[in-house]
Design a protein around this ligand. Structure first.
Ligand SMILES: NC(=O)C1=CN([C@@H]2O[C@H](COP(=O)(O)OP(=O)(O)OC[C@H]3O[C@@H](n4cnc5c(N)ncnc54)[C@H](OP(=O)(O)O)[C@@H]3O)[C@@H](O)[C@H]2O)C=CC1
Ligand SMILES: O=C(O)[C@@H](O)[C@@H]1OC[C@H](O)[C@H]1O
Length: 493
């Protein structure tokens, strides 16, 4: 039984869950289905048809065919379609938010914000409509030398579940603006958002075949997509494990692969920081999306002189947070995306306590019968943690904050750089020279000083080490959806 509130004849999802393949709704369940579950309640929402390799093949081939005409359009013509897509994001923001809240558990107001915020990725892509398409180089008399940017062809976009609308836009908007066709494989936890957005893009006038969405398990449907011989580029956001497997799958194709992977952001507070601001930002930066953001504060290093104050004030702050059903008015703190994630986070906390950590607040399910079912985990602060513990080195991706005191700058830089990750890092200090040293010394793709994100679409969201390869956003992220051709011409003067 599907959740009738989401599936209506006039809604983006239509009356039943269906993939969009080359412009055609495909709801055939004969190859199996993917259950979608509401993480707040554990209730069944829908069954989405799985895409076998044959369906993936049809989607990619249709994309390759449709891309020829789409890529031949001028950037101005492509931008006009993206402008209509962006407009429809606003028109359908509340419907998209209901879908995200239902399948991912994000509080409704935050989900509405995600839908509107996703438009920034389209706005930046549209701004590339006047981008120079090449360069004229110095040559000899009677000869011309130039380079020109051209689309890659078919882009495979593999999405995570934490921002299913925003990260769809983050990848699809620049890929389309650059003249590519896209085949999307959403996370098995959040397929409905991508299916709704595929219909939205179709309503905006995107030609059939230029965008398809196929659903299924990453290691089956995802692997068939990224390894397809007609795919020219892969962009993926997700775990380091998934990224490694995708690199292996694409090794035979020798194509560009862009990976936004896990993180272990250190949040470093020096003794000269604006303490009130730093404590508030550190506490909040752990709880964004219930801790399920790659840029979240994953471990706070606080100068020893303010450690006890930090523990007291953050414990009070977290104890005062009331989780609530994400579709409830005013909800600000929802569940994790799935029971699998809740159990994984619980095991990490239990192991940390076993290793000597102290639970200052939280530590498991929130109190109350309403949280007995569903993937609920209370805001948690752990003290007594050392930088060699797993909780200080492994990504939690949940609302659990280990705090570690430090004495010197050299000590905290070494600790922050010692993990396998290198995505985001945060530094709070009033000392300008120290700020510049920390930006230079921290081995991370993005460093925030006296601010706690989020990243800007004009920047470059790039993970170092096990946090990724390449990057999203900005001019550098846009360039990865293009390839460059050099032309040498000799002519009669
Ligand atoms: N750097 C960043 O910006 C972000 C990083 N993440 C990271 O992702 C993780 C949580 O997200 P999650 O979705 O569980 O990550 P996963 O890596 O499990 O999944 C991400 C996507 O990749 C697919 N996938 C997984 N394995 C393969 C494979 N072998 N071949 C092709 N596709 C594959 C998944 O499919 P399926 O779901 O069916 O397994 C999913 O669509 C956390 O580690 C988090 O840090 C999340 C968001 C942002
Ligand atoms: O990937 C992430 O988790 C973050 O980059 C997140 O994704 C979309 C939002 O705009 C970012 O905060």
């Amino acid at each position: 039984m599907t959740d009738t509130a989401l599936f209506t004849d006039e809604g983006l999802l239509g009356p039943v869950p269906a993939a969009l393949v080359a412009g055609v709704r495909e709801d055939d369940p004969s190859h199996g289905t993917l259950p979608v579950v509401n993480p707040a309640t554990g209730a069944h929402v829908a069954d989405v048809p799985l895409a076998p390799a044959e369906t993936v093949d049809r989607a990619v081939r249709a994309a390759a065919q449709a891309q020829k005409a789409w890529g031949a359009r001028t950037p101005l013509e492509r931008a006009a379609v993206l402008e209509e897509i962006s407009r429809l994001f606003a028109v359908h923001a509340e419907e998209l938010a209901r879908i995200v809240t239902t399948e991912q558990g994000k509080p409704y107001d935050n989900a509405v914000g995600e839908a509107h915020g996703a438009r920034t990725f389209f706005d930046f892509a549209i701004s590339q409509k006047y981008r120079p398409v090449g360069e004229k180089l110095v040559s000899d008399p009677g000869r011309s030398l130039e380079t020109v940017e051209v689309p890659i062809g078919v882009v495979a976009a593999v999405l995570p579940w934490n921002f299913p609308v925003a990260i769809f836009a983050r990848k699809v908007a620049p890929a389309l603006m650059a003249g590519n066709a896209v085949v999307v494989k959403p996370s098995e936890f959040t397929p409905l958002s991508a299916l709704a957005l595929a219909r939205l893009c179709q309503l905006a006038g995107l030609p059939d075949g230029v965008l398809s969405v196929v659903c299924g398990d990453g290691r089956v449907t995802g692997a068939a997509l990224v390894s397809h011989p007609a795919v020219g580029m892969v962009t993926m956001t997700g775990s380091t494990r998934g990224g490694r497997e995708i690199l292996a799958s694409t090794a035979q194709s020798i194509i560009p692969v862009s990976l936004e992977l896990g993180g272990k952001a250190p949040f470093i507070i020096f003794e000269d920081a604006d303490i009130d601001r730093a404590i508030e930002d550190a506490a909040d930066a752990r709880l964004w999306n219930s801790g399920q953001v790659c840029t979240c504060n994953e471990v706070t290093y606080v100068h020893a002189s303010i450690h006890d104050e930090f523990v007291r004030r953050v414990s009070e702050r977290y104890a005062a947070i009331t989780p609530s059903a994400p579709d409830a008015p005013g909800s600000t703190f929802g569940p994790l995306v799935a029971e699998r994630e809740r159990a994984r986070v619980q095991a990490m906390v239990d192991a940390a306590v076993e290793a000597g950590a102290t639970v200052e607040v939280g530590g498991g399910r929130p109190a109350g019968d309403e949280f007995a079912e569903g993937a609920w985990f209370a805001p948690t602060l752990l003290s007594g943690v050392t930088s060699d513990m797993a909780i200080a080195r492994t990504e939690v991706f949940g609302p659990v904050l280990p705090v570690i005191p430090f004495e010197t700058e050299a000590e905290v830089v070494a600790a922050a750089n010692s993990t396998a990750f290198g995505l985001s890092a945060y530094v709070y200090t009033r000392d300008l020279s120290r700020s510049m040293r920390m930006i230079a010394d921290l081995e991370f793709g993005e460093v925030y000083v006296n601010q706690a994100g989020p990243e800007s679409v004009r920047g470059y969201h790039s993970g170092w080490k096990d946090s990724g390869l390449g990057g999203d956003d900005g001019a550098h992220g846009y360039e990865k959806y293009l390839r460059r051709k050099t032309a040498y011409v000799t002519y009669e003067r």
